[in-house]
Design a protein around this ligand. Structure first.
Ligand code: 0X9
Ligand code: CA
Ligand code: CA
Ligand code: ZN
Length: 317
């Protein structure tokens, strides 16, 4: 369990309850399933939110993923905020209602439930980042685009950024990737936009992470500009700093590079509160921060949902 005083955070069991509740309270617009199981066998929950959620309608699809890194518990709360805002607000808030009716919103609140549960085991924070497969794989170095290419991950199983034995050797990255692959319908990827939430540093990041070049194979100058434009607009709404992810440091095998490189999904990483300081403590803000720090991203989430409809140019073509 979470340490005393931090009970506002949700354990895996509490998260599961909340998602089941959302689906049963809002059956017409919310459907709960899973993309598969974690290494230790926990369901990797997937909540779909859309008008006529049971049907695959021809609407832009948007994905939000949280908690690839075990100790980044604030991100799970961010995904729960998205779930609650777009379910409870449906029918009363016109902007929410419009988004839910015109999009198919997918939320995976914890990509790494084994690591998250381990991190709070014994009622004390363990400072754990990776999954729980052997010595632990960094799920965000295990994606299959330029996996292990460029010094942005480690081949040492003891390291914090261990990339795994091969691309998608972690069941968690594999299950999420299989789900995204399954959204190719009639040859077209249905998911157009994605945010992967992390902590911390208050940043909006975009691909590529494997190279410090602004453009590379599969990223034209126009596409790089679109990332920068949308990323900057979202960052203006929440006060984060926008940048290409490799400006922070090089990563290979990260989720954003795969989402874009493989599927041309407009895929961002948000590094949430706090901005800096605290070392390991930065991963564990008091639960009083859950409300303000998740609400802070409401407008950015709405911007992404808007952009999922395409640029004016692509909407015309
Ligand atoms: O290193 C990561 O996976 C992310 N940061 S964290 O502190 N949450 O571990 C950042 C991933 C974004 N990609 C790059 N910085 N290249
Ligand atoms: Ca729908
Ligand atoms: Ca669809
Ligand atoms: Zn992280």
């Amino acid at each position: 369990d979470f340490p005393e005083g931090d009970e506002g955070y949700h354990t895996y069991a509490e998260l599961t309850d909340k998602l089941e509740q959302a689906a049963s309270d809002h059956g017409d617009i919310a459907q709960l399933s899973s993309v598969g199981d974690s290494f230790e066998g926990r369901a990797l929950h997937l909540l779909k939110i859309s008008g006529n959620a049971a049907q695959d309608e021809d609407e832009p699809e948007v994905l939000f993923t949280c908690n690839q890194h075990a100790r980044e518990h604030l991100t799970t709360e961010m995904c729960l905020r998205i779930v609650e805002r777009f379910t409870d607000g449906y029918g009363s808030d016109p902007a929410i209602t419009e988004f839910v009716d015109s999009r198919e919103i997918y939320v995976i609140p914890t990509v790494n439930p084994d690591g998250a549960e381990y991190d709070i085991s014994g009622g004390e924070y363990q400072g754990w980042r990776k999954n729980r497969q052997d010595q632990g794989t960094d799920v965000n170095r295990n994606w299959g685009y330029e996996w292990g290419c460029c010094g942005g991950s480690s081949d040492d199983p003891a390291d914090e950024t261990y990339r795994g034995t091969e691309a998608f050797s972690s069941p968690e990255a594999k299950a999420v990737a299989d789900f995204v692959d399954s959204r190719v319908v009639g040859g077209a990827q249905q998911i157009t936009a994605h945010i992967d939430f992390h902590t911390y540093s208050e940043l909006v990041l975009w691909p590529y992470g494997y190279t410090s070049d602004d453009t590379a194979e599969g990223m034209t100058p126009e596409e790089a500009k679109r990332f920068a434009d949308v990323g900057t607009e979202m960052a203006e709404s929440n006060g984060y700093t926008p940048q290409q992810s490799s400006d922070l440091y090089i990563t290979d095998g990260s989720i954003n590079d795969w989402m874009w490189g493989e599927h041309k999904i407009l895929s961002f990483t948000f590094e949430m509160y706090p901005a800096s300081g605290g070392g390991i403590d930065g991963f564990y803000p008091p639960d009083e921060q859950i409300g303000p720090q998740t609400e802070r991203n409401d407008e950015a989430v709405d911007i992404l949902l808007r952009e999922a409809g395409g640029t004016a140019a692509s909407a015309r073509s």
